[in-house]
Design a protein around this ligand. Structure first.
Ligand SMILES: [Zn+2]
Length: 71
């Protein structure tokens, strides 16, 4: 179940809720009882990242160390 972060504009508290996506836009109530909350963008990875992942830096040239250890 996705997790959503909320921030209370009354007391400034941030809290998170787990709720079905169908209720993602439902109003959330602050743990202290305030109803003036806003939903924050969370970093939950719901879908796979479509961006390119950084390729590992490959060492150029041959040789295991570039020094004298290989002979
Ligand atoms: Zn509050």
């Amino acid at each position: 179940m996705p997790r959503y972060d909320f921030r209370c504009r009354s007391c400034g508290a941030t809290f998170e809720l787990r709720r079905p996506m169908a209720q993602a836009n439902d109003p959330a109530v602050c743990p202290k009882g305030h109803g003036d909350t806003v939903k924050l963008l969370s970093t939950v990875a719901v879908t796979g990242a479509a961006g390119a992942q950084p390729a590992p830096a490959a060492g150029g040239g041959g040789g295991c160390c570039g020094g004298g250890c290989c002979g």
